[in-house]
Design a binder for this molecule. Structure first.
Ligand SMILES: Cc1cc2nc3c(=O)[nH]c(=O)nc-3n(C[C@H](O)[C@H](O)[C@H](O)COP(=O)(O)OP(=O)(O)OC[C@H]3O[C@@H](n4cnc5c(N)ncnc54)[C@H](O)[C@@H]3O)c2cc1C
Length: 253
């Protein structure tokens, strides 16, 4: 993949309009918005865009959304979870239509990124909508011939709250190098064989690469989730610098 300055330098990045090509319902509370940028020099999996909404009276609100699509795609996908009484997410979910133009700038961020040139193994740990940047990494990984070993632990409230479930299950079925584990925190099917409740040290110990393999961790989700997982990983003896984190907001997952 070609890496340019624009991937890493938010200061030079101008606002632009993207045309909404599609809006896809992912779960009851989540939709993906597929945008056609006016110009785009590419991104690294893990980067985000800023979205800016402007009201008729000139009032503006800006929020960040991770890019869910891989760098190989021409169109950009963001995936938005509804935050009750939020300013921006309800607009994106309820008002935005195909053909509308959305103001955005990006790509932004140079720390929480992974490309296959960084190698692995990688342990991806998501809480709720925190799966979004990790999905860009997994989609990118899936398009390569030498698939880096990867584990994904994905914490969601219930099975219907799992975003991209069919795609994730398909990836894991096709690929022995990817291990996928769901942790369902609030509601589980009666015969659910997987983890019930929050991600804990036992789940991490059984589903992360051992220290000797020097895995890199990418942990993304609500602030409390990210902080809890990071401190468990450090307690388990993983090198703090190997744990990369992205915090989305105060609650959820
Ligand atoms: C780098 C980065 C990437 C992000 N990527 C994504 C993404 O891919 N998908 C996505 O859905 N969101 C993502 N977010 C969160 C997003 O930027 C917004 O914060 C979120 O959509 C809420 O905005 P809002 O305007 O609807 O709510 P606001 O008007 O900002 O907030 C309304 C109320 O809800 C609380 N709140 C704010 N955010 C959350 C939250 N996440 N959960 C629960 N309560 C909250 C606020 O404290 C406030 O009380 C990302 C955030 C960052 C920093």
């Amino acid at each position: 993949m070609m890496v340019t300055d624009a991937h890493a330098s938010p200061h030079k990045i101008e606002w632009q309009l993207g045309r909404v090509q599609a809006v896809v319902a992912e779960t009851d509370r989540v939709k993906s918005i597929i945008l056609e940028p006016m110009s785009w020099l590419g991104h690294w999996p893990g980067q985000h865009v800023d979205i800016r909404l402007t009201a008729d009276d000139g009032y503006q609100a800006e929020r960040s959304y991770s890019i869910a699509s891989p760098p190989e795609d021409k169109l950009l996908t963001i995936t938005v979870e509804r935050v009750k009484e939020g300013e921006v997410s309800p607009y994106l979910l309820d008002e935005l239509r195909v053909g509308d133009h959305l103001e955005f700038r990006g790509p932004i961020g140079r720390y929480f990124v992974w490309t296959r040139s960084l190698r692995g193994p990688i342990c991806l740990i998501a809480g709720g909508a925190g799966i979004t940047p990790l999905m860009s990494m997994l989609r990118h990984r899936e398009r390569s011939l030498d698939r880096i070993p990867a584990y994904l632990i994905y914490s969601a409230r219930s099975l219907p709250d799992v975003i991209y479930r069919d795609e994730l299950d398909g990836m894991a079925d096709r690929d022995k190098g990817l291990r996928l584990v769901y942790a369902l925190t609030r509601e589980q099917p009666r015969d659910w064989p997987g983890h019930r409740g929050r991600v804990d040290e036992t789940l991490l110990a059984n589903n992360c690469f051992p220290r000797e393999q020097n895995p890199t961790f990418y942990v993304c989700g609500p602030t409390g989730f990210v902080e809890g997982i990071s401190s468990m990983l450090v307690t388990m003896g993983y090198e703090p610098l190997s744990i990369k984190t992205e915090r989305f907001g105060p609650s959820g997952g």
